[in-house]
Every structure is written in structure tokens, then in C-alpha cells.
Write a protein that binds this ligand. Sequence first.
Ligand code: NDP
Length: 286
Amino acid sequence: LLLLGSICVAFIAVRWSAPSFNKESLKGARVLVTGASTGIGEQLAYHYARLGAQLVITARRGNVLEQVVSKCLEIGAQRALFIPADMASPSDAESVVQYAIEKLGGLDYLVLNHIGPSPYRMWDGDVEHTRWLLEVNFLSYVQMTQKALPALEKSNGSIVVVSSLLGKMCGPFALPYAATKFALNGFFGGLQHELAMQKSNVSITICILGLIDTDSAMEKIKGYINMTAYPAHEAAWHIIEAGASRQPETFYPWYTFYACLFRDWFPYLRDQAIQNSYTYNPQVNK
Ligand code: NDP
């Protein structure tokens, strides 16, 4: 037990003693952020802007992106541009990366954050939705990575992948979404190995997030679970810090790290705890 305890303490200490983050390194950095019209992506854009980065942001709604870009310029971005795109379309995913590289003259950070809307309820057997969501939440990430890698190799750049605790632990009500997040962790975790084995200078940071107080998340979980949601601006800052210090994996808020650490220790108790944490009533929640 003592040995096990020591290993845990050492592991936790290593996990939290992340390399420090040099804010100056982001001044003028060329950054592409996806899903930046709302939520965590919008907050990512504002933080990068305050740090003086050069930004290209994307999502589907051009009118909303235009407002985010104006605010980014007001608060300190060296440059800020937007390109509307639908990540369900493979050609859109490619052209966004091409646009960013052309306009910024290269790329230092590819921040993959967007998700398509998906219902929060018992799985209703809709296979088409799962297929579409895999395209938006997963395949577009792979495609953008493939397109951006040569530019990132040139700049010693970084890929930041925004994932979820639901990509590490199974839970109810968001099956297609969770499947796309498991796919991201599998693909980008494997790519980390391959890049390291090839002595590549491109870093990948996988961000494991718990519940964050974005409008879309709050709307979804209403009536299903009572749980503290952490602020989107703090989550965004944590993501930027982890990306800039080239951490392979990062967790926000704190409990996500421990949930992953102890995930497989007591599977029966874990599953009971997960199922009991929801206020599900078959008569009310269809
Ligand atoms: P939001 O729903 O607030 O934002 C999603 C973004 O993606 C919007 O900018 C939206 O803009 C864009 N988007 C939606 N569909 C498409 C599409 N087809 N093509 C291109 N862009 C699209 O999400 P959050 O901010 O809550 O989440 C951000 C990230 O954090 C996600 O990867 C999510 O999985 C992760 N996360 C969030 C958690 C939370 O509790 N909020 C918990 C764990 C992880 P538009 O509509 O203009 O296209």
C-alpha cells in the first residue's frame, strides 16, 4: 500500500509540475481557432487576442465571427480574420487551414475546438446523426491536421485538441458525442507517439475538460444532472497555457484528472456512481 501510495504521489506531482508558460511567446503567434463564434472557442480567441497573437477564427456563422473579430482587434490582437466554414464538409475543413496559412504566412497553433450540435438524451437509434457528428467532431480534426502539419513542422508548431472527460469515461445521454471524443483521444494519442518516434518538432496537447458553463452545455444538461460547471474563460486559459507549454495532456477542472486516474479501480462502484448522479426519470426525460 505504501509503495502504491508513493507511486500515486509521484505521478500526481509530475502531472501538476507542468513547465511554466511564457506569455511573450504568444505575441505575434499565428493561431487558427475553430468553433470560435461562441463558448470556449470565443474565450480562446479573446485570450489569444489579449496576448497579441495573429488570429484566424472559424465557425459557421459569419455574422457572429465578425463581432468576435472586432472585439479581438479592440483588445490587442495583432491581426484577426475570420472565415465561415461548415466542418461537415471536408473541402471546408481543408480550405480553412489553407486560408489561415496564406493570410498569416504560416501557422504556429492549430486549435481544434468545434463540435456540431447533438441532442442530450437516451440514444434513439439515429445512425445518420452519429455518422454526421463523426464527420464534424472527428474527421474534420484529422483533415485539418493533415493539411496543417507541413506548416507546423516549419514553425515548430503545436496542435491543441479540445476533448472531454466523456472521451475517457463512458456515460449516458451523449453517446454519439462521446464516441467522437474517444475517437479524438485515440487518434491524437497515437499521433503523439508517431511524431515522437519520427523526432518531429510538432507538439500535440489533448485537453480533457469536465463540465464548463457554456450556453450550449448548460441548456443540454438542464433537468438531467446537478453539477458545478466551471467558467469557460478559465477553461480557455488553461487550454492556452497547456498548449504553449507543449504538455501532451491536460485536465480541467481538477476532478477530471482524478476521475481518469481512478477510473478502472472499482468499475462496479464507478458505474453505480455515474448512473446515480443523474436525475433521470423515464416518465419525464424521454
Ligand atoms: P459550443 O456549442 O458553445 O460551441 C461550438 C462551436 O462550434 C461554435 O462556435 C459553433 O459555431 C461551432 N460549430 C458548430 N457546428 C459546426 C460546424 N458544423 N462546422 C463548424 N463549426 C461548427 O461548445 P463549447 O464551447 O461548450 O465546447 C467547446 C469544446 O469544448 C468542444 O470540443 C467540447 O466538446 C469541449 N467540451 C465542452 C464541455 C462543456 O461542458 N462545455 C465539456 C467537455 C468538453 P456555429 O454555430 O457558428 O457554427
